[in-house]
Design a protein around this ligand. Structure first.
Ligand code: FMN
Length: 344
């Protein structure tokens, strides 16, 4: 049903407009009595619970950062059966992001290209929403992903991250430092170990007892991924999120003109699957077995989630497949995992 709706109706709308429309529906699904009905249909079975970061996740599958940038849809996403929602990326200073259009579907590849550029209402606005959420907690883990404000020079990035961490860590179940989006100039340069070490140390001090993770890019050479993984362990972080979107355009089925017309930005969805598996293995080999590794990139089916877990992922996230597969995606994954199986 949803694939038909997607093909016939949703693809006629601008992708960002369709996302906002979906967000309205998701917000409604988070409000009783709609949330009760949604939960009755989609609630994950406790068979798939994961204990990690000192928290209980009802499902190994969570919503990756970027879907709910301002923490407005957490209740609805929880009702749809996701075990965690990583909100953000949130920046200390509110910002509009890049000019539109900035989100493009590559339907043949089950992928999208985005150059949103951290459009978000800023840390103070997010903190107010998170405070409300904590008063009547939804049944999901809430991660908070933070990034650098665009107006802040890269040399002053640490203070900017620390400002967000100080404001948001007390309200988060875990905090993720995003140094891997391709859409903020200079951001990925922060992944160089000499730069990353003092940044992570300062954010860790600001995060206090809130578990801290770092989110990396897939475009780094494997040796640099190993170096970051070891750094994360030695700096006392709690995990790694592997990984963000790629700047590569290799191996796409969509015709080259369409891809080129989309322009710069990060590619996500099915084409990331292979690299995400490689990066997961590289990271897992470089860190202790109890260290949390969240695998993200190209996850579409229960079999994909199972494959990530079998390869050492502690948890799994997805974004693009949620756009293509629709509101029952988390439920399909849960049912597929329960059957112990094949493709959901
Ligand atoms: C439209 C869009 C916006 C995104 N925004 C963010 C973001 O703000 N912060 C972030 O860390 N990742 C962001 N991502 C990356 C996703 O969190 C995820 O790492 C990536 O899409 C790979 O997963 P997927 O193949 O399941 O989509 C975004 C992805 C998309 C498609």
């Amino acid at each position: 049903m949803y694939p038909l709706l997607f093909r016939v109706v949703l693809t006629r709308f601008d992708p960002e407009f369709a996302h906002h429309a979906a967000m309205v529906v998701i917000r409604v699904l988070g409000v009783p009595p709609f949330s009760w009905v949604t939960r009755a249909i989609t609630s994950p079975s406790n068979e798939q619970q994961v204990e990690a970061l000192g928290l209980t996740f009802d499902s190994p599958l969570g919503v990756a950062a970027g879907f709910d940038k301002n923490a407005v849809g957490v209740r609805g996403l929880a009702a749809l059966g996701f075990g965690h929602v990583e909100v953000g990326t949130i920046t200390a200073i509110a910002q509009e992001g890049n000019p539109k259009p900035r989100l493009f579907r590559l339907v043949l590849d089950r992928a999208v290209i985005n150059r949103m550029g951290f459009n978000n209402a800023g840390a103070d606005a997010a903190a107010r929403r998170l405070e409300k959420l904590r008063r009547r907690r939804p049944k999901t883990v809430i991660g908070v992903n933070i990034g650098k404000s665009r107006v802040v020079e890269v040399e002053h990035a640490t203070a900017d991250y620390v400002a967000s961490a100080t404001r948001l860590a007390p309200l988060a179940d875990y905090l993720a430092v995003n140094v891997s989006s391709p859409n903020t100039p200079g951001l990925r340069g922060l992944q160089a170990v000499e730069t990353l070490a003092p940044l992570l140390r300062a954010v860790k001090a600001a995060a206090g007892s809130t578990p801290l993770l770092v989110k990396i890019a897939p475009d780094l050479p494997d040796e640099e991924i190993v170096a970051i993984a070891r750094l994360a362990v030695s700096e006392g972080l709690d995990g790694i999120i592997a990984h963000n979107t790629t700047i590569s355009r290799e191996g796409l089925k969509t015709d080259a003109d369409t891809v080129e017309a989309a322009g710069a930005g990060g590619l996500s969805g099915a084409p990331l699957r292979e690299r995400a598996m490689e990066v997961l293995r590289v990271v897992r080999d470089a860190v202790p077995s109890e260290f949390c590794v969240i695998s993200v990139g190209g996850v579409e089916t229960a079999a994909d989630v199972r494959e990530r877990l079998d390869a050492g992922a502690t948890l799994v996230q997805g974004y693009t497949a949620f756009l293509y597969r629709g509101p029952l995606w988390a439920r399909q994954i849960d049912r597929g995992l329960r059957r112990g199986t094949a493709r959901a």
